[in-house]
Structure formats: structure tokens, C-alpha cells
Design a protein around this ligand. Structure first.
Ligand SMILES: [Fe+2]
Ligand SMILES: [Fe+2]
Length: 262
């Protein structure tokens, strides 16, 4: 790629069924509207926006319709991964995925490209019994392996962290149940993989392990605190949302975090 690719990574909008929905003192609709205002004022046009899941706060069908109506006029392609508070079928039904090639009828897994560079979303939503853990199903693992066999440079999107984050409650409750197996699949193709972008933890983080870079974005709505030895989920005071601007070049990956007031 000669021209840099620039995309915006957002996560965890937690839309409710209507514009008045509030979760932990944050109006999700207003928070997302503030984000869109920020995007419109950026001095460049991103190639796309990726949302790494928890589009809604509790699989609200009306929530998907609401976000679809808000982004209707957005002149930037937007893509969505499935979170634990999402239903893949509803994401596929209501949200546009411009130019994406869907690879599964059940899972919300697809590829899209910018120039020669390939992007691939992974559906890590497991059964409600394992929530808030995620899991890479057998079908999804096979689709991923098939994708990696192309030998192309690739960037991956998934809702869940694969590996521990040095924070007790999160490491016990929020990871992929087969994150280590997933990681080893990636390690075997590490020269192809630019990065794995995720959400779920409502906090920006970067982990580099065995040559694989994992990076999360803060939430558009409300932020978690993640400290070592933390035994329960803790929340930041309401009022700020976060997103990352990611730049991919032939030789580098640059991630810059931005905050905005709700
Ligand atoms: Fe979330
Ligand atoms: Fe989540």
C-alpha cells in the first residue's frame, strides 16, 4: 500500500431501544451523536469506521434501527462486529456493510478491502451461558484459518480480548474461552497480521505478545477502570467518550486515542 489507510476504531455504543435510553448515567444516543459531530470535524476523511461490538446494550432490535437511521447520511463506510450485548442476525439485518463479502450465513463474519489490504471480522459471540466470555466457534476458526491461508496482509476485528489484561475481574470473566488457541493460530501467521482490534473492556489498551498486536478502543458511552488485582468491575465517572484513529502504512501501525465530551 503506498497511500496510508486511516480508519476509526470505535466500540461499545450500548444503544437502547429509543433516544432516551440511559445506562450508568450516559444517554447512549447523545453520546454517539457527539461522536459523529467529532468525526465530521476531523481534518481528514477516514477510509472507514469499525465498531467492535456492543452496538446495543441488550440486543434491542429498535436500537439497531436507531443507529442505522443516524448513520444513514454518513459518507464513511461503517462496519460492525458482534458484541455480547448484540445479536448477529440483527446486525446483519439492519446495519449496512458497504462492499463487504459475507463468509457465513449464521455468523457475523466478513471480509472487506481497502486497496490491497484485507480486513476480516470475527464473530466471537458464544451462548448466553458463557456471557460475558466469548468463544471462537469451530466454524469461525475454520473460516479464519481459510482466510489466513490466502497469505494476504490482514487486520482482524473482534469484540473480545483473547489474552489476559493484568486485571483480575476482567481476566476471569471477559476473555475468549479459547483465546490461547486463537492466539496460537495467529502466531503461526504473524508476518501477515497487522493487528487485532477489539472492544468489550471499555478502555483503550495495547498488548504485544509473540509478535501479535492486540489493541482495544475505549467506549463511545461509558468507561471501565482496569487495575491489577481488581476483584469487580469499576466504572469511570460519566461524561467522556473515546475512539482511536488508526493509520496503516507499508511499514507501520499507528494508533492515536481521542476523547470527546458527551
Ligand atoms: Fe460493552
Ligand atoms: Fe461487551
Amino acid at each position: 500500500m503506498n497511500t496510508p489507510i486511516r480508519f476509526i476504531h470505535i466500540s461499545d455504543t450500548h444503544f437502547g431501544p429509543d433516544k432516551d435510553f440511559v445506562q450508568r448515567s450516559v444517554n447512549s444516543y447523545n453520546a454517539f451523536s457527539s461522536f459523529l459531530k467529532e468525526v465530521k470535524h476531523l481534518p481528514f476523511k477516514p477510509d472507514f469506521i469499525i465498531h467492535t461490538g456492543d452496538v446495543t446494550a441488550d440486543c434491542f432490535e429498535e436500537g439497531y434501527k436507531l443507529i442505522a437511521s443516524v448513520i444513514e447520511d454518513l459518507k464513511i463506510p461503517m462496519y460492525f462486529a458482534t458484541g455480547n450485548h448484540d445479536t448477529s442476525a440483527l446486525i446483519k439485518k439492519y446495519l449496512p456493510m458497504t462492499g463487504a463479502e459475507v463468509v457465513s450465513s449464521q455468523l457475523n463474519s466478513y471480509r472487506f478491502s481497502v486497496g490491497d489490504h484485507r480486513f476480516f471480522t470475527i464473530d466471537g459471540r458464544g451462548s448466553d451461558e458463557i456471557d460475558p466470555h466469548g468463544v471462537i466457534s469451530e466454524e469461525q476458526m475454520e473460516l479464519l484459518k481459510k482466510e489466513l491461508k490466502t497469505g494476504k496482509q490482514i487486520t482482524l476485528f473482534i469484540h473480545y480480548p483473547a489474552l489476559g489484561l493484568d486485571s483480575t475481574w476482567f481476566d476471569k470473566n471477559m476473555l475468549l474461552t479459547n483465546g490461547e488457541e486463537f492466539h496460537q493460530v495467529l502466531v503461526a501467521h504473524k508476518d501477515q497480521i497487522c493487528g487485532v482490534f477489539f472492544g468489550h473492556i471499555h478502555r483503550s489498551s495495547q498488548t504485544l505478545q509473540d509478535g501479535i498486536l492486540y489493541a482495544s478502543a475505549g467506549s463511545i458511552a461509558g468507561q471501565f477502570i482496569l487495575l491489577p488485582d481488581q476483584k469487580e468491575p469499576l466504572f469511570e465517572p460519566a461524561g467522556q467518550g473515546f475512539f482511536n484513529i488508526v493509520t496503516l502504512t507499508d511499514s507501520s501501525l499507528i494508533i492515536k486515542e481521542y476523547s470527546f465530551n458527551h
